[in-house]
Ligand binder design. Structure first.
Ligand code: NDP
Length: 270
C-alpha cells in the first residue's frame, strides 16, 4: 500500500495541493497518495484521527482548521508555536502528532527565488490575520531594517507588532497612519479575494519597489495592478503556495522537489 497524505479544509474542492504533491511525488520518485478531505467544521480532530487510523502519515491543513490543528499537536515546532496555527501535521513513528507551519518559509523562499532582498529593506505587511501572523517569524529572520504591519483594524496590527517585538524593529498601525516609501510591500489581506484594494497612499512604494500579493489568480490582483501602475515589480502568491508545499513534502519525505518546474506547470494551468 502506498503512503497516504492529504489536505484537510472546509470547503476543499478548490485546493491545488493534491496537484502540487502529485507533481512533487512524480518528480522525486516517491510512492504516495495525496487526497483532499473535507472535514466536518465541528470535528477536525475526529477527521485527523480517522485518517491516521486508516494509515495516514501526514496532512496539510487549511482554512478553517489551522488553529485546531495547532491544538491537536503533541509536538510543535518553534515557528509553529510563535504562529499559533499550523498547516502541516506529521504522524510520528512514536504515535505522536508533530506540527509545523510552512507558509512563512514558503513566502521567504519565493521572494528569494525572485531575487528580492529582504536584508536591510524597509518592509510593509498589509493585514493582520492568520496568514500574516504565520509569516512574521521567517520574514524577521531575513533581517529587514524595519517591518511595519498595517491593518484595517489598527489594534490587531499593533497587537501583532507587540507580540513579535523581540524579533526585530516591528511596528503596527491602521492604514491612515501609513507612510512610505517601502522597498517591499506584501499584501496579506484577504481583500484581493473580493477584488478590493486596501486604502494606500501614493508614496507607498520606493523606486524599484517590489509588491507581493499572497493571493494568486490567472490575472493580476487589484493590488498588483495598482502597484504595477506605480512602477513596482509585482509577484503573486503562486510561488509561495508551491514553496510551502515543498517544505511540507520535505517534512514528510525528507526530499526537496524542484519547485520552479512545478510553479511553471501550475501557472500554465491557472
Ligand atoms: P484572515 O481572515 O485571517 O485575515 C484577513 C485580513 O485581511 C485581516 O487583516 C482583515 O482586516 C484584512 N481584510 C479583509 N478584507 C479587507 C479589505 N476589504 N480591506 C482591507 N483589509 C481587509 O485571512 P488569512 O490571514 O488567513 O488570509 C489572508 C490572505 O492570504 C488570503 O487572501 C489567502 O488566500 C492568502 N494566503 C495565501 C497563501 C499562499 O500560499 N499563497 C497561504 C496563506 C494565505 P481586519 O482585521 O480589519 O478584518
Amino acid at each position: 500500500m502506498s503512503d497516504r497524505y492529504c489536505v484537510f479544509g472546509h470547503p476543499i474542492g478548490h485546493s491545488r495541493s493534491p496537484r502540487i504533491h502529485a507533481l512533487f511525488a512524480e518528480q522525486c520518485g516517491q510512492t504516495m497518495t495525496y487526497e483532499a478531505i473535507e472535514a466536518p467544521r465541528e470535528d477536525f480532530v475526529g477527521a485527523w484521527r480517522a485518517f491516521v487510523a486508516a494509515g495516514g502519515l501526514g496532512a496539510n491543513v487549511t482554512v478553517p482548521f489551522k488553529e485546531e490543528a495547532y491544538r491537536v499537536a503533541d509536538v510543535l515546532s518553534q515557528r509553529a508555536r510563535r504562529a499559533g496555527a499550523v498547516n502541516t501535521l506529521v504522524h510520528g513513528r512514536d504515535g505522536r502528532t508533530y506540527a509545523d507551519t510552512t507558509d512563512g518559509v514558503g513566502l521567504v523562499r519565493d521572494l528569494e527565488a525572485h531575487g528580492v532582498t529582504l536584508d536591510d529593506a524597509r518592509v510593509l505587511v498589509l493585514g493582520a490575520g492568520g496568514a500574516v501572523r504565520g509569516v512574521l517569524d521567517p520574514l524577521l529572520a531575513a533581517g529587514p531594517r524595519a517591518l511595519h504591519i498595517a491593518n484595517r483594524t489598527a489594534e490587531k496590527a499593533v497587537g501583532l507588532a507587540a507580540d513579535f517585538q523581540q524579533e526585530g524593529d516591528v511596528t503596527g498601525s491602521g492604514h491612515d497612519a501609513l507612510e512610505g516609501p517601502f522597498e517591499v510591500v506584501i499584501n496579506g489581506t484577504s481583500a484581493s479575494l473580493s477584488g478590493e484594494l486596501p486604502p494606500l497612499p501614493e508614496t507607498l512604494l520606493a523606486a524599484d519597489g517590489v509588491a507581493y500579493d499572497m493571493m494568486y489568480a490567472a490575472d493580476p490582483t487589484v493590488f498588483l495592478q495598482w502597484a504595477s501602475a506605480r512602477g513596482a515589480r509585482t509577484i503573486d502568491g503562486l510561488g509561495m503556495l508551491v514553496e510551502q508545499a515543498a517544505e511540507s513534502f520535505f517534512l514528510w519525505r525528507h526530499v526537496r522537489p524542484d519547485t520552479g518546474a512545478v510553479r511553471d506547470t501550475l501557472r500554465h494551468e491557472l
